[in-house]
Design a protein around this ligand. Structure first.
Ligand code: FUB
Length: 292
Protein backbone atom coordinates (compact mmCIF):
# COMPACT_ATOMS: atom_id res chain seq x y z
CA UNK A 1 0.00 0.00 0.00
CA UNK A 2 1.32 3.42 -0.94
CA UNK A 3 -0.29 6.61 0.32
CA UNK A 4 -0.01 9.75 -1.78
CA UNK A 5 -1.47 13.25 -1.69
CA UNK A 6 -4.63 13.92 -3.74
CA UNK A 7 -3.48 16.73 -6.03
CA UNK A 8 -2.38 17.03 -9.65
CA UNK A 9 -0.74 14.85 -10.77
CA UNK A 10 -2.57 12.33 -8.64
CA UNK A 11 0.29 9.89 -8.15
CA UNK A 12 3.95 10.08 -9.09
CA UNK A 13 5.46 6.78 -7.91
CA UNK A 14 4.50 5.17 -11.25
CA UNK A 15 3.26 6.58 -14.57
CA UNK A 16 -0.48 6.20 -15.05
CA UNK A 17 -2.64 7.01 -18.08
CA UNK A 18 -6.20 6.64 -19.42
CA UNK A 19 -7.78 6.97 -15.95
CA UNK A 20 -11.28 5.53 -15.60
CA UNK A 21 -12.70 6.81 -12.32
CA UNK A 22 -15.63 5.02 -10.69
CA UNK A 23 -17.53 5.48 -7.45
CA UNK A 24 -18.53 2.22 -5.78
CA UNK A 25 -20.24 2.34 -2.36
CA UNK A 26 -19.32 6.03 -2.02
CA UNK A 27 -15.63 5.29 -2.50
CA UNK A 28 -13.62 6.65 -5.42
CA UNK A 29 -11.55 4.17 -7.44
CA UNK A 30 -9.36 4.73 -10.48
CA UNK A 31 -8.67 2.09 -13.12
CA UNK A 32 -5.81 3.52 -15.20
CA UNK A 33 -3.31 1.99 -17.58
CA UNK A 34 0.39 1.93 -16.70
CA UNK A 35 3.20 3.47 -18.76
CA UNK A 36 6.75 2.24 -18.16
CA UNK A 37 10.19 2.94 -19.54
CA UNK A 38 10.93 0.03 -21.93
CA UNK A 39 13.00 -2.58 -20.05
CA UNK A 40 16.52 -3.12 -21.40
CA UNK A 41 16.52 -5.25 -24.52
CA UNK A 42 12.79 -4.81 -25.12
CA UNK A 43 11.86 -3.38 -28.47
CA UNK A 44 8.75 -1.76 -27.05
CA UNK A 45 5.80 -0.61 -29.11
CA UNK A 46 4.75 3.07 -29.21
CA UNK A 47 3.55 2.92 -25.59
CA UNK A 48 5.17 0.45 -23.21
CA UNK A 49 2.39 -0.89 -20.98
CA UNK A 50 2.91 -4.21 -19.14
CA UNK A 51 0.13 -4.43 -16.50
CA UNK A 52 -2.66 -2.73 -14.57
CA UNK A 53 -2.85 -1.21 -11.08
CA UNK A 54 -5.99 -0.05 -9.24
CA UNK A 55 -6.16 2.98 -6.95
CA UNK A 56 -8.62 4.18 -4.33
CA UNK A 57 -8.93 7.50 -2.56
CA UNK A 58 -8.44 7.06 1.17
CA UNK A 59 -9.00 9.18 4.24
CA UNK A 60 -6.66 12.16 4.39
CA UNK A 61 -6.78 12.47 0.58
CA UNK A 62 -4.18 9.83 -0.03
CA UNK A 63 -4.23 7.31 -2.86
CA UNK A 64 -3.90 3.62 -2.18
CA UNK A 65 -2.20 1.56 -4.89
CA UNK A 66 -3.38 -2.06 -4.84
CA UNK A 67 -0.43 -3.18 -6.97
CA UNK A 68 -0.61 -5.24 -10.15
CA UNK A 69 -4.09 -6.70 -10.72
CA UNK A 70 -3.31 -8.15 -14.12
CA UNK A 71 0.05 -8.73 -15.80
CA UNK A 72 0.36 -8.98 -19.58
CA UNK A 73 1.65 -12.57 -19.29
CA UNK A 74 -1.37 -13.68 -17.26
CA UNK A 75 -3.91 -12.77 -19.95
CA UNK A 76 -5.23 -16.24 -20.88
CA UNK A 77 -5.71 -15.30 -24.55
CA UNK A 78 -2.99 -12.66 -24.78
CA UNK A 79 0.27 -12.41 -26.65
CA UNK A 80 3.22 -12.72 -24.23
CA UNK A 81 5.40 -9.67 -23.55
CA UNK A 82 3.31 -7.45 -25.81
CA UNK A 83 3.59 -4.37 -23.56
CA UNK A 84 0.23 -3.49 -25.07
CA UNK A 85 -2.15 -3.35 -22.10
CA UNK A 86 -4.09 -0.26 -23.08
CA UNK A 87 -6.96 1.61 -21.41
CA UNK A 88 -9.25 -0.45 -19.09
CA UNK A 89 -12.58 0.10 -17.33
CA UNK A 90 -14.47 -1.51 -14.44
CA UNK A 91 -18.19 -1.51 -13.71
CA UNK A 92 -20.51 -2.94 -11.07
CA UNK A 93 -23.63 -4.94 -11.83
CA UNK A 94 -25.73 -6.75 -9.23
CA UNK A 95 -22.94 -6.70 -6.65
CA UNK A 96 -20.26 -8.04 -8.98
CA UNK A 97 -17.40 -6.03 -10.48
CA UNK A 98 -16.44 -6.54 -14.12
CA UNK A 99 -13.00 -5.38 -15.30
CA UNK A 100 -12.60 -4.89 -19.08
CA UNK A 101 -9.21 -4.48 -20.74
CA UNK A 102 -7.76 -4.48 -24.26
CA UNK A 103 -4.68 -6.53 -25.15
CA UNK A 104 -3.04 -7.95 -28.28
CA UNK A 105 -4.37 -11.50 -28.82
CA UNK A 106 -2.01 -14.43 -29.28
CA UNK A 107 -4.13 -15.74 -32.18
CA UNK A 108 -3.18 -12.61 -34.15
CA UNK A 109 -6.81 -12.08 -35.15
CA UNK A 110 -6.70 -8.35 -34.48
CA UNK A 111 -4.62 -5.41 -33.22
CA UNK A 112 -6.46 -5.59 -29.87
CA UNK A 113 -9.22 -7.71 -28.39
CA UNK A 114 -11.09 -6.98 -25.17
CA UNK A 115 -11.16 -9.36 -22.22
CA UNK A 116 -13.10 -9.33 -18.96
CA UNK A 117 -12.67 -10.54 -15.40
CA UNK A 118 -15.18 -10.70 -12.56
CA UNK A 119 -14.78 -10.18 -8.82
CA UNK A 120 -16.82 -9.65 -5.66
CA UNK A 121 -14.67 -6.60 -4.90
CA UNK A 122 -13.84 -3.42 -6.85
CA UNK A 123 -10.14 -4.18 -6.40
CA UNK A 124 -10.22 -7.88 -7.18
CA UNK A 125 -8.91 -10.50 -7.26
CA UNK A 126 -10.62 -10.94 -10.62
CA UNK A 127 -11.37 -14.24 -12.26
CA UNK A 128 -10.23 -13.68 -15.83
CA UNK A 129 -12.27 -15.15 -18.68
CA UNK A 130 -10.31 -17.68 -20.75
CA UNK A 131 -11.12 -16.00 -24.07
CA UNK A 132 -11.72 -12.46 -25.32
CA UNK A 133 -15.25 -11.14 -25.92
CA UNK A 134 -16.42 -12.34 -29.31
CA UNK A 135 -17.60 -9.66 -31.75
CA UNK A 136 -15.37 -6.94 -30.30
CA UNK A 137 -12.40 -5.87 -32.31
CA UNK A 138 -10.89 -2.69 -30.88
CA UNK A 139 -9.48 -0.75 -27.94
CA UNK A 140 -10.59 1.39 -25.00
CA UNK A 141 -13.66 -0.30 -23.50
CA UNK A 142 -16.10 2.18 -21.89
CA UNK A 143 -18.96 0.68 -19.87
CA UNK A 144 -22.36 1.87 -18.74
CA UNK A 145 -25.18 0.36 -16.71
CA UNK A 146 -28.45 2.09 -17.58
CA UNK A 147 -31.19 2.92 -15.06
CA UNK A 148 -33.09 -0.19 -16.19
CA UNK A 149 -30.07 -2.35 -15.28
CA UNK A 150 -28.99 -3.10 -18.85
CA UNK A 151 -25.25 -3.02 -19.58
CA UNK A 152 -23.56 -1.44 -22.60
CA UNK A 153 -20.02 -1.52 -23.89
CA UNK A 154 -18.45 1.09 -26.17
CA UNK A 155 -15.03 0.81 -27.75
CA UNK A 156 -12.86 2.43 -30.40
CA UNK A 157 -12.06 0.64 -33.59
CA UNK A 158 -11.01 1.79 -37.03
CA UNK A 159 -11.25 5.52 -36.17
CA UNK A 160 -14.86 5.14 -35.12
CA UNK A 161 -16.74 4.41 -31.92
CA UNK A 162 -18.73 1.22 -31.72
CA UNK A 163 -21.17 0.03 -29.12
CA UNK A 164 -23.22 -2.98 -28.12
CA UNK A 165 -25.61 -4.13 -25.46
CA UNK A 166 -24.14 -6.74 -23.13
CA UNK A 167 -25.81 -9.97 -22.18
CA UNK A 168 -26.76 -10.36 -18.51
CA UNK A 169 -23.52 -12.29 -17.86
CA UNK A 170 -21.56 -9.18 -18.97
CA UNK A 171 -19.20 -11.45 -20.91
CA UNK A 172 -20.93 -11.52 -24.30
CA UNK A 173 -22.56 -8.92 -26.49
CA UNK A 174 -26.14 -9.13 -27.70
CA UNK A 175 -26.07 -9.34 -31.50
CA UNK A 176 -23.42 -7.34 -33.27
CA UNK A 177 -21.59 -4.18 -32.27
CA UNK A 178 -22.83 -1.16 -34.23
CA UNK A 179 -21.04 1.98 -35.32
CA UNK A 180 -22.30 4.88 -33.19
CA UNK A 181 -23.90 7.50 -35.42
CA UNK A 182 -23.23 11.20 -34.93
CA UNK A 183 -19.56 11.02 -33.96
CA UNK A 184 -17.71 13.62 -36.05
CA UNK A 185 -14.99 12.87 -38.54
CA UNK A 186 -11.40 12.74 -37.35
CA UNK A 187 -9.55 10.20 -35.28
CA UNK A 188 -11.48 9.22 -32.15
CA UNK A 189 -10.66 6.91 -29.26
CA UNK A 190 -11.32 6.47 -25.54
CA UNK A 191 -15.15 6.54 -25.55
CA UNK A 192 -16.63 7.13 -22.10
CA UNK A 193 -20.43 6.81 -21.65
CA UNK A 194 -22.50 8.20 -18.79
CA UNK A 195 -26.01 9.48 -18.12
CA UNK A 196 -27.06 12.81 -16.59
CA UNK A 197 -30.56 14.32 -16.29
CA UNK A 198 -32.09 11.86 -18.76
CA UNK A 199 -29.44 12.45 -21.45
CA UNK A 200 -26.83 9.96 -22.57
CA UNK A 201 -23.34 11.40 -22.98
CA UNK A 202 -20.51 9.88 -24.92
CA UNK A 203 -17.19 11.62 -24.41
CA UNK A 204 -14.13 10.75 -26.48
CA UNK A 205 -10.60 11.77 -27.34
CA UNK A 206 -10.96 13.56 -30.67
CA UNK A 207 -8.08 14.48 -32.92
CA UNK A 208 -8.40 17.52 -35.19
CA UNK A 209 -5.85 17.79 -38.00
CA UNK A 210 -4.98 21.37 -37.04
CA UNK A 211 -5.21 21.02 -33.27
CA UNK A 212 -4.38 17.49 -32.18
CA UNK A 213 -5.99 15.67 -29.25
CA UNK A 214 -9.02 17.32 -27.64
CA UNK A 215 -11.83 15.86 -25.52
CA UNK A 216 -15.16 16.04 -27.31
CA UNK A 217 -18.64 14.92 -26.39
CA UNK A 218 -21.92 13.97 -27.98
CA UNK A 219 -25.43 13.63 -26.55
CA UNK A 220 -28.36 11.33 -27.22
CA UNK A 221 -31.71 10.22 -25.86
CA UNK A 222 -30.81 6.55 -26.39
CA UNK A 223 -27.73 4.65 -25.14
CA UNK A 224 -26.62 3.44 -28.56
CA UNK A 225 -27.55 6.69 -30.31
CA UNK A 226 -27.80 8.28 -32.73
CA UNK A 227 -25.73 10.96 -30.95
CA UNK A 228 -25.32 14.66 -31.71
CA UNK A 229 -21.82 16.12 -31.43
CA UNK A 230 -22.07 18.83 -28.77
CA UNK A 231 -18.60 20.36 -28.48
CA UNK A 232 -15.27 20.19 -26.70
CA UNK A 233 -14.71 19.53 -23.00
CA UNK A 234 -10.99 20.20 -23.21
CA UNK A 235 -8.71 21.78 -25.78
CA UNK A 236 -5.49 20.13 -26.79
CA UNK A 237 -3.02 20.47 -23.93
CA UNK A 238 -0.26 18.61 -25.74
CA UNK A 239 -0.76 15.69 -23.39
CA UNK A 240 0.13 12.91 -25.79
CA UNK A 241 -3.38 11.56 -25.98
CA UNK A 242 -6.54 12.66 -24.20
CA UNK A 243 -8.13 9.53 -22.78
CA UNK A 244 -10.29 10.47 -19.80
CA UNK A 245 -13.39 9.66 -17.74
CA UNK A 246 -16.14 11.57 -15.94
CA UNK A 247 -17.60 10.76 -12.54
CA UNK A 248 -19.72 12.43 -9.87
CA UNK A 249 -17.99 12.14 -6.51
CA UNK A 250 -19.22 13.80 -3.33
CA UNK A 251 -21.65 15.91 -5.36
CA UNK A 252 -19.03 17.22 -7.80
CA UNK A 253 -18.61 16.18 -11.41
CA UNK A 254 -14.95 15.52 -12.08
CA UNK A 255 -12.97 14.91 -15.25
CA UNK A 256 -10.02 12.52 -14.98
CA UNK A 257 -7.39 12.75 -17.72
CA UNK A 258 -3.62 12.56 -18.08
CA UNK A 259 -0.64 14.71 -18.99
CA UNK A 260 3.09 14.09 -19.09
CA UNK A 261 4.32 17.01 -17.00
CA UNK A 262 6.16 14.70 -14.58
CA UNK A 263 8.26 12.85 -17.15
CA UNK A 264 8.55 15.41 -19.94
CA UNK A 265 7.90 12.51 -22.34
CA UNK A 266 4.52 11.95 -23.98
CA UNK A 267 4.63 8.16 -23.53
CA UNK A 268 5.09 8.40 -19.74
CA UNK A 269 1.88 9.99 -18.58
CA UNK A 270 0.41 10.88 -15.16
CA UNK A 271 -3.25 10.92 -14.25
CA UNK A 272 -4.91 14.12 -13.14
CA UNK A 273 -8.36 15.46 -12.25
CA UNK A 274 -10.28 18.73 -12.45
CA UNK A 275 -13.88 19.65 -11.73
CA UNK A 276 -16.33 19.74 -14.64
CA UNK A 277 -19.53 21.79 -14.83
CA UNK A 278 -22.78 21.43 -16.76
CA UNK A 279 -24.78 24.36 -18.07
CA UNK A 280 -28.56 24.48 -17.47
CA UNK A 281 -29.27 23.06 -20.93
CA UNK A 282 -27.14 19.98 -20.24
CA UNK A 283 -24.14 21.12 -22.27
CA UNK A 284 -20.71 20.90 -20.66
CA UNK A 285 -18.48 23.88 -19.87
CA UNK A 286 -14.95 23.55 -21.15
CA UNK A 287 -12.55 22.36 -18.46
CA UNK A 288 -9.41 24.45 -18.10
CA UNK A 289 -6.84 22.00 -16.75
CA UNK A 290 -4.71 22.92 -13.79
CA UNK A 291 -1.35 22.42 -15.47
CA UNK A 292 0.96 22.51 -12.53
O1 FUB B 1 -2.70 4.46 -23.51
C1 FUB B 1 -2.70 3.69 -24.68
C2 FUB B 1 -3.69 4.19 -25.64
O2 FUB B 1 -3.39 5.53 -25.97
C3 FUB B 1 -5.11 4.23 -25.11
O3 FUB B 1 -5.76 3.02 -25.17
C4 FUB B 1 -5.65 5.31 -25.97
O4 FUB B 1 -6.89 5.79 -25.57
C5 FUB B 1 -4.54 6.31 -25.90
O5 FUB B 1 -4.54 7.02 -24.67
Amino acid sequence: MIGLKAQNPLVTHIHTADPTARVFNDKLYIYPSHDVVPPKGIDAPRFCMPDYHIFSLEKGNTWRDYGVVLDQNDVPWGKKNSYGMWAPDCIERDGKYYYYYPAPPKDGSSFRRIGVGVSNNPTGPFQWEKDYIKGIDGIDPGLMIDDDGEGYIFFAGGKTIKGAKLNKNMKEIEGEAIQIQGIPAGYVEGPFPFKYNGNYYLTFAHVFADEGYTIGYAMSKKPLGPYVYSGKIMDNIENGTNHHSVVKYKGKWTLFYHWWSVSGYSKLRSMRADYMHFKKDGSIKKVIPTLR
